[in-house]
Every structure is written in structure tokens, then in C-alpha cells.
Design a protein around this ligand. Structure first.
Ligand SMILES: *[C@@H]1O[C@H](CO)[C@@H](O)[C@H](O)[C@H]1NC(C)=O
Ligand SMILES: *[C@@H]1O[C@H](CO)[C@@H](O)[C@H](O)[C@H]1NC(C)=O
Ligand SMILES: *[C@@H]1O[C@H](CO)[C@@H](O)[C@H](O)[C@H]1NC(C)=O
Ligand SMILES: *[C@@H]1O[C@H](CO)[C@@H](O)[C@H](O)[C@H]1NC(C)=O
Length: 352
């Protein structure tokens, strides 16, 4: 990162002013309300990479007080801020797509963008749910997505090797089972491919269904205990697109302890992120009937069923649950993000 003494002095001075007057001015009206969030408790060090979150995704508002990247995630030389007045100091500015396409937020195109500043387009949704990206042509320098070819790869989950032996056997990892197959769905649409598969599958084997669509809501406390009692979990994605493998796979199935039956991108894309024997792919079968028969037999074959848990001996699932961690992780990659880049046609990238 380029920096100079100028920048530091100026910033230190302006920060001091802002802290004295700015916090009084901006906090004053809210002082009488419930605990206002103190402004500018962030330690700005301009030798650091400065990552500015222009607004938080889904109106979440985690704290960035102190040196959050270092203190929480052990990432050094990295400052995460969410104060728009720091725009001119930021090396990266992050924009979450949802709020842009819903016109709740706008790109600050009226501001003069520092030469080296990079704008980051962020979405964890599939193309079908990202709206029209044509208006954003030429604005973004980097993409942050679950796509493996994004500049900043932020998968819903990943497997990390255990750093020590657990002394457990595969069987120790298999929860007690009481149901054959389970499916949790909140967004039920008759025209989804997954709905067609479910409708046929339930004529072959029993499928326990949960979720808003079936008036059987599971909350955070009941979700995993319910799924862990199922031999198989239908990890059916809401749309089928490249690398779109969500918490249905990583969390509901793998963490939950049910073997995932996946409907989503092709098998190779799952194999790029998980062992080939950790899941069953709908496309492996020439018909849903064949899939159903396979699942029924597999549940009866203890040894073969257990082989789907082999990965547990080597890996644990790591979920990226915290937006702040995703953003702090930009910093260690800065040197590989040096080159000039502009997404002249973000929409085309999205659909490619
Ligand atoms: C800024 O960070 C650098 C590198 O981590 C460190 O050497 C320097 O002392 C820091 N400066 C301030 C004012 O904290
Ligand atoms: C942080 O930056 C300083 C100064 O640029 C450098 O010496 C140090 O190695 C960096 N630390 C890490 C963990 O990258
Ligand atoms: C699965 O992957 C392992 C190595 O990771 C390989 O040895 C094995 O042949 C693969 N099996 C299939 C069916 O592709
Ligand atoms: C970022 O994108 C803008 C176009 O919106 C471009 O002018 C600028 O040179 C790009 N910067 C980098 C560092 O790629």
C-alpha cells in the first residue's frame, strides 16, 4: 500500500477534530435516547489497508470498534470502518448488491474516487436473485462472491483439516437416526426443479418436510437436532448456478450430520470444495425413482452409509458467519489485488 506522512498527519488531525466536535454534534440528539453508538472509536492507521463498508448487508450493524480485524480474527495491518466520511482514505469500499438493486442505497458516484481506491461488488445470491446489474457497468473493480472465480472468494462454508487427531471413529460422528430423508424449505415454488424432484421422491421413500411452506417452522434451536435424526438431507438449492452451494449443504447437512443429497451445480463443482464421497448428487441417477431406491438401500447398509462420513476424520466445517471476517480477509490478499481492473460488464460476468 502506498502511504505517506502527509496522509497520516492530516488524518490524525481531522480525526481529532471529528472526535471532539463531530461526536458531540452527531451524538447530541441521540444522547437522550438509548445507548448511542459512539462515533469513531476505530483506530485508523494509514499504513494499514483501510476497508470501508459503505452500508452493512441486510441492515446488520456489527461493531467495528477497536481494531476488530486484529482482535477478533488475528488479521494484522487491516482497518475495517463503516463511517462514510472516511471515503477518501479507503483502499476498498464495499457495496452489498441487495440494497443497491432495491434502491435503498446508491453508489457515491458524485464523490471523487481516489486513484487507487477499489470498489467491491458483494453478493451471496445467485444471478437469478441479483436483479439487473447492467446499470453498474464500469463502476466496480472487484467482485466478492461464493463464485470461485470471484476476486474475493467468500464461500458459504469450507472444510478445514483438523489440526490434531480426535481419536474418534467414523461411527462416532454419525448421529442417531429416526427418519430417512428430510427437507427444509422456506421458499416453495411449484415451478422449481427441486419441487418436481421432491414430488416424485416422496412417492418412493418417506420425506419429512419442514419450513414455512409446510407450516412446520424450525428455529435455530430445533433445526440441527431435527436434521441430525435424518439419514439424508435434501440440500436442494433454490436456483442452479455455477458454484452456488449454500448453507443447505455446509450447515444443514454437513454440520447437521445428515448425508447431503444435492441438487445444484454439477458434481465437479461440489467436488472442488468437498470430498467426492461426502454427498450424493441428484444427477448421478437417471431417474428420481432410482435415487429413491438407492437412498433406501444405503440407509440399510451401515458400513456403506458410514463411508459418507469419512471426511469427518480429516476435516471440520468452517462457516463464514461474520461479515466482518469476510471483509477483514481482503487485507491479506491486497498484494494479489494490485492490478488495475474494471468490471465493464458486471451483468455478463454474473451470467457467464
Ligand atoms: C501503524 O501500523 C504499523 C504496522 O503495523 C506500525 O508499525 C505503526 O506503529 C502503526 N502506527 C500507529 C500510529 O499506530
Ligand atoms: C504489517 O505491516 C508492517 C509494516 O508495513 C510489516 O512490517 C508487517 O510485516 C506487517 N504484518 C503482517 C502480519 O503482515
Ligand atoms: C474420489 O476421490 C478420491 C481421492 O480424493 C479418488 O481416489 C477416488 O477415485 C474418487 N472416487 C470417485 C468415484 O471418483
Ligand atoms: C476502478 O474502477 C474505476 C472505474 O470505475 C477506474 O477508473 C479505476 O482506474 C479502477 N481502479 C483500479 C485500481 O482498478
Amino acid at each position: 500500500m502506498d502511504f505517506c506522512c502527509h496522509r497520516w498527519t492530516l488524518l490524525a488531525a481531522s480525526l481529532a477534530c471529528l472526535t471532539l466536535f463531530g461526536s458531540l454534534l452527531t451524538q447530541w440528539p441521540s444522547l437522550m435516547q438509548m445507548s448511542p453508538r459512539p462515533a469513531l472509536q476505530v483506530i485508523i492507521n494509514t499504513t494499514n489497508t483501510i476497508v470501508l463498508v459503505w452500508y452493512w448487508p441486510f441492515a446488520s450493524s456489527p461493531s467495528v470498534e477497536g481494531n476488530v480485524c486484529r482482535e477478533r480474527f488475528g488479521i494484522h495491518n487491516c482497518t475495517l470502518v463503516d463511517d462514510q466520511s472516511l471515503f477518501s482514505q479507503a483502499d476498498f469500499v464495499i457495496f452489498h448488491n441487495r440494497e443497491l438493486i432495491q434502491s435503498q442505497q446508491r453508489l457515491p458516484v458524485h464523490l471523487t474516487r481516489p486513484q487507487e481506491q477499489r470498489w467491491v461488488w458483494l453478493s451471496l445470491e445467485s444471478p437469478a436473485h441479483n436483479g439487473n446489474l447492467k446499470p453498474f457497468a464500469g463502476h466496480f473493480n472487484r467482485t466478492m462472491s461464493y463464485r470461485r472465480d470471484a476476486d474475493m472468494y467468500v464461500p458459504y462454508g469450507r472444510l478445514v483439516p483438523h489440526d490434531f487427531g480426535t481419536g474418534l471413529t467414523v461411527e462416532d460422528y454419525i448421529p442417531k437416526k429416526s427418519s430417512l430423508a428430510c427437507w427444509v424449505v422456506s421458499n416453495y415454488a411449484p415451478n422449481h426443479k427441486r419441487t418436481a424432484v421432491y414430488n416424485t421422491l416422496k412417492t418412493i421413500i418417506p420425506v419429512d418436510v419442514y419450513g414455512g411452506a409446510f407450516n412446520k417452522h424450525l428455529d435455530d434451536q430445533t433445526l440441527l437436532p431435527t436434521i441430525s435424526g435424518c439419514y439424508f438431507y435434501l440440500a436442494f438449492e433454490n436456483s442452479i448456478s455455477r458454484d452456488y452451494i449454500t448453507e443447505k449443504f455446509w450447515y444443514n447437512s454437513l454440520v447437521g450430520g445428515a448425508v447431503p443429497v444435492v441438487l445444484g451445480p454439477p458434481r465437479e463443482q461440489y467436488e472442488a470444495v468437498a470430498p467426492n464421497d461426502s454427498f450424493i448428487h441428484v444427477d448421478d441417477f437417471s431417474s428420481v425413482e432410482e435415487l429413491g431406491e438407492f437412498l433406501r438401500k444405503l440407509a440399510e447398509d451401515k458400513q456403506r452409509y458410514a463411508s459418507y462420513f469419512n471426511w469427518r476424520l480429516k476435516y471440520t466445517v468452517k462457516r463464514f458467519a461474520d461479515w466482518r471476517e469476510r471483509f477483514c480477509r481482503i487485507c491479506p490478499k491486497v498484494s494479489s489485488l494490485q492490478t488495475q481492473k474494471v468490471y465493464d460488464d458486471l451483468d455478463a460476468w454474473e451470467w457467464k
